[in-house]
Ligand binder design. Structure first.
Ligand code: DX5
Ligand code: ZN
Length: 265
């Protein structure tokens, strides 16, 4: 039975205001592309969970833009992580940056409203994990969040073309989901180019996010292939100085000849 998302709470509404309206404006793809529009989203999967509030404060103070929040259910992926209560705890702790909730759970729909109420800014999910992709996307926007589809390395982008008007983020996995610290799968570069072309041709204001095995050594080629949001877990949290690492990533991004497009908030 269709679950209607409850009216977003004050927290979710405030979050939605911070990130801008969930409605997309088409025909922005040709807007000037600027390196400063790139978004660096550290994945807290590799943070010290015993000090999570401080870890998030530290990585944001080091120059990160967005908190990437990996939700795993030991069913869709073989690992178990964190849920809406932890998201809410970060908001209560004072985190104001966008929280990018990456759902690796099945089913999807039941948990959308809970994350919106917990302060999520963006909610992305894997098409294989839901029965009705279009409905799940609508539920996310109705809850006041930006919506996104996540494509595993071997999953085709085909379904994307039917829902471009309901998608704010396309996230390409460059590793198989479930664990941090894996190696970037090189075939993702071609897939990024394919996704970038689809997005640009659509005219919709859609961000292209990459997740898995990204760090200072490869962020430039990933950006050149079309990405504009970069998730990095181990590459940031496994280093002693988060600012130094994020600065290195930005320096690499500054070298990219054709920067990707990022959100126009
Ligand atoms: C994997 C997660 C990623 C992961 C990335 O399923 O979605 O966000 O934390 O970790 P790194 O950057 O270490 O590959
Ligand atoms: Zn992720």
């Amino acid at each position: 039975m269709l679950r209607l998302v409850t009216i977003a709470s004050a927290t979710a509404a405030a979050t939605a205001m911070r990130v801008g309206s969930a409605a997309t404006a088409p025909a922005r793809a040709s807007a000037a592309r600027m390196a400063s529009n790139y978004i660096i989203a550290p994945s807290i999967l590799s943070a010290d969970f015993a000090n999570l509030g401080k870890e998030v404060d530290d990585v944001l103070a080091a120059g990160a833009d967005t908190v990437h929040f990996d939700v795993m259910d030991n069913h869709y992926v073989p690992n178990l992580t964190i849920g809406p209560m932890v998201c809410k705890a970060l908001r209560n702790h004072g985190v104001e940056a966008p929280i990018d909730v990456h759902l690796m759970v099945s089913p999807v729909d039941r948990i959308i409203g809970e994350f919106a109420d917990a302060g999520a800014s963006y909610i992305t999910f894997h098409p294989e994990a839901t029965g009705h992709i279009d409905r799940s996307l609508q539920l996310i926007r109705a809850a006041g969040c930006k919506s996104g589809l996540v494509f595993n390395p071997a999953t085709s982008l085909d379904c994307l073309k039917y829902v471009m008007d309901k998608v704010d983020i396309v996230l390409l996995m460059s590793v198989n989901p479930g664990f941090g610290g894996q190696k970037f799968i090189p075939a993702t570069l071609d897939k990024l180019r394919e996704a970038r072309k689809l997005i640009d041709e659509s005219g919709y204001d859609i961000s292209l996010e990459i997740d898995g095995g990204v760090g200072p050594a490869n962020i430039a080629e990933v950006a050149e292939a079309g990405a504009d949001m970069f998730v990095a877990g181990s590459a940031i949290f496994n280093t002693p100085d988060y600012k130094e690492t994020i600065d290195k990533m930005r320096a690499e991004l500054a070298k990219v000849p054709v920067p990707g497009k990022a959100f126009t908030f």
